[in-house]
Design a binder for this molecule. Sequence first.
Ligand code: B1M
Length: 221
Amino acid sequence: MTTDELLRELYDRTLVGNGPAVLELTRQGLETGLGPETLLYEALIPALEEVGARFERGDFFVPEMLIAGKAMAGALEILRPLLAETGVQTIGKIVMGTVKGDVHDIGKNLVNIMFEGAGFEVIDLGVQVAPEIFVAAIEDHQPDIVGFSAFLTTTMPMFKANINALVKAGLRDKVIVMVGGAPVTQEYADVVGADGYAADASAAVVRAKELLRGRRAMAPA
Ligand code: B1M
C-alpha cells in the first residue's frame, strides 16, 4: 500500500467507525514511518469533520458519530505516547475540562496530549464539568491555566458561567483562562472575557506559552 492509499484507507475506515481497522492502519502507518501528526491531520481529523458534515446533512445519525468517535479515540491511544513524548521539564500546570452539558472529549484529550508533550502538567477533569468543580480544582491544584472546552453552541455559554464562578470565588485574577472547541471563535472568547483562545491543539500550546510568559513577566520579582 502506498502512503496515499494508507491515509485514504484510514480516512475511510474512521468515517465508517471500523475500530479494529483504524487501529491496524494506525499501527501500519507508524511502522512505515508516517508521523503521528500526519495520521492525525491527514486522515483521522478530516474523517471526523466529514462525519460532522454528514450528520448535519442528515446522512449520518448519532450512532454513526459515536462509532466514528470511538474509532478515533482508539487511534489516539496509540498516538498518545508518541505525541506526548517529552524530556522537557514541567513548564506549567493546567486544569482542563469539557464544560457542563457537553460530553465531547476527543478534541479536549488531544489538547491535553499536546500540552503534556510541551511539558505542562495536565489535570483533566473530564466531561460535563460544572463550574463549582472547576473552582474546587483550581483551589486544590493552583494551576497557571484553566482550560474550558465546549463543542456545542448550546454549551458555549458555560464559559461565561465558569468565569463568573471564578470571579465569585475570588480566583479570576489568579489563573489564566483559555477556551476552545469546534464552534468557538476568538470573538466569542473576547466576549466572555477569556484570556486566550486557540483553534486547535497545536495552537493551544503556542497560545498557552505566550500567556504564561506574559503573566510571569508581569509578576512581582
Ligand atoms: Co457531536 N456534535 N453531538 N458527538 N460531534 C459535533 C460537535 C457537531 C459539530 C456535528 C455537526 O452537526 N456538524 C454538532 C454540534 C453543532 C453545534 O452545536 N454547533 C454535534 C451535535 C449536534 C451533537 C449532539 C447534540 C447530537 C444529538 O444528540 N442530537 C450530541 C450532544 C451530546 C452532548 O454533548 N450533550 C452529540 C454527541 C456526539 C457523540 C457522543 C456521538 C460523539 C462524541 C464522542 C466523544 O467526544 N467522546 C460526537 C462526535 C464524534 C462529533 C463530531 C463528529 C466529531 C468531534 C471530534 O471529536 N472532532 C463533531 C463534528 C465536528 O467537530 N466537525 C460533532 C475531532 C477533534 C480532534 O476536533 O473536537 O474540534 P475538535 O477539537 C479541536 C479544537 O476544537 C480544539 O483543539 C482540538 C484538537 O485539535 N480545542 C481546543 C478543543 N478544546 C480546546 C480547548 C482549548 C483550545 C483548543 O483551550 C482550552
